[in-house]
Design a binder for this molecule. Structure first.
Ligand code: GLU
Ligand code: MG
Length: 467
């Protein structure tokens, strides 16, 4: 039923959508952003006005198919099926509705990209993750995950020499040093409250190694929610800073020569009822299932990196001796291994077992990277792969021969190399499917070419501007 303005009758909507309409009234929200993450890793969206919301909750907002062929430089790539003709709908998930504490009067919902008839679009990243979760469920597992992002807090200032703007950090405080807590305090308090208000429950915070660098972790969640949370997290880190006339960046290397920003990905597999952590072996160690998952991740990691360390700038971070996990190996609490088995926490030995994948940063589309992690890990389990011996030292200190004996190698040193590995990875290419992989490769190859033609200052600027 429609009223005389053609608006949908709210009583026809499902309960979650009806709750959104109620909250919009109670919280006096005027604009609701429908957000999605694109192939450039950029979070984009369109907003619906309060009066149109009842309609748009059902239909979504119309959007050109071409936007999934857009790079992080807003350079549109020629991709078959993503030209100037054709529409999709940005269809919000009402369960993700949150008023935005840093944007009074606005709220957001994370969205799927659907075809006009409402069916999933082959290039929708959130659907990619949902499909991966379904594949996992079919084998009797649920994935619990959390991105653990680092970011740099500063101000965006013109370069006195006339080059691109620079990110000037708020402090030069030492790693974990209390000076850093105090200097960033006003921002941090607003950030923490904004996170909590959106249901992103804060676990830990500390000033990190780099100038202006911060780390704030939130509670893990099941896979789709963890990726949705990371979208809201990225938005919040930057949104709070913008309101304070500051600039925050989650880019991997927003300031040359400073410590990089990772978004380490913590994962564990559970039974479907989330009662038992299947990565724990009952004796404080990792189960056979966890070993298979680790082996799958390591097997696919060079190609996976193209999705999880997804920008040209990512590879300035992914260097040996920077605790970013530049070597393909795993180890217990080894902070130079790409995959770290986290030692269990006393009193929570079973529930705390998890892997930390360091080959991950916030320029990734979190749906694609987490979906690919699931496919890779599941492949390791299905094929009964074994990860071999854990590495107990910094892999950079091993000789080439020792590394060869242990099967440890260097991960791709550039986005171009990672994309080559992705194209050679049959499992991941198959999982992505033709439209998504064509678009992803076109977008990312264009970024490689565009930045190759420019200098580091340009690359740095573009990445802290966007991420
Ligand atoms: N900043 C490091 C990275 O790029 C991580 C440091 C740490 O928290 O261990 O991944
Ligand atoms: Mg850290």
């Amino acid at each position: 039923m429609r009223d005389r303005h053609g608006a949908a009758d709210p009583s026809q909507l499902d309960p979650a959508a009806r709750r959104v309409l109620e909250r919009v009234e109670v919280d006096r929200v005027e604009l609701v952003r429908f957000l999605y993450a694109d192939h450039g890793g950029v979070i984009r969206g369109k907003a619906a006005g309060r009066r149109r919301l009842a309609d748009r909750l059902g239909t979504g907002i119309g959007h050109t198919v071409a936007m999934m062929a857009m790079s992080m430089l807003d350079h549109l790539q020629p991709v078959e099926g993503m030209g100037p003709v054709g529409e999709v709908r940005i269809v919000p998930d009402p369960a993700t509705f949150v008023p935005l504490p840093y944007a009074p009067g606005a709220a957001a919902m994370v969205s799927d990209l659907r075809q006009i008839d409402g069916s999933p679009w082959a290039a929708c990243p959130r659907t990619f993750l949902k499909d991966a979760v379904a594949a996992l469920e079919a084998e009797g597992y649920a994935l619990v995950a959390a991105f653990e992002p680092e970011f740099t807090l500063g101000r965006r200032l013109p370069d006195p020499a006339g080059g691109p703007d620079r990110l000037v950090p708020v402090d030069d405080s030492l790693c974990y040093a209390t000076t850093g807590f105090d200097i960033a305090h006003d921002y941090t308090m607003r950030l923490v409250r904004a996170m909590e208000d959106q249901g992103l429950l804060v676990e830990h915070y500390h000033p990190e190694l780099g100038a202006g660098q911060q780390e704030l972790s939130i509670r893990p969640a099941t896979a789709l929610k963890a990726a949705d949370n990371h979208v809201l997290y990225r938005e919040t880190v930057r949104g709070v800073a913008f309101r304070m006339a500051m600039w925050a960046s989650l880019a991997p290397k927003p300031i040359p020569g400073q410590a990089g920003n990772g978004a380490h990905l913590h994962v564990s597999l559970w039974d479907p009822a989330l009662e038992r952590n299947l990565f724990a072996d009952g004796n404080g160690g990792m189960s056979g299932l966890a070993r298979g998952f680790v082996a799958g991740i390591l097997d696919h990691l060079p190609g996976l990196a193209a999705l999880s360390c997804a920008s040209v700038n990512s590879y300035r971070r992914l260097e040996p001796r920077s605790w970013a996990g530049a070597y393909r190996c795993y180890g217990v609490d080894n902070r130079e291994a790409a995959v770290r088995l986290c030692s269990p926490m006393a009193g929570h030995v079973e529930t705390s077992a998890n892997l930390e994948i360091k080959t991950s940063d916030s320029t990734a589309n979190p749906y694609l990277s987490l979906g690919a992690v699931i496919h890779a890990g599941l492949d390791g389990i299905r094929r009964g792969l074994d990860p071999g011996e854990p590495v107990t030292v910094d892999p950079a200190t091993l000789t080439d021969r020792e590394r060869a004996r242990l099967g440890v190698d260097r991960l791709p040193a550039s986005l171009g190399e990672a994309l080559d590995a992705l194209e050679a990875d049959e499992l991941l290419m198959e999982a992505l499917g033709p439209l998504r992989r064509d678009a992803y490769l076109a977008v990312k190859r264009s970024e490689v070419a565009d930045f190759a033609a420019e200098d580091e200052a340009f690359e740095t600027f573009q990445h802290f501007r966007v991420f």
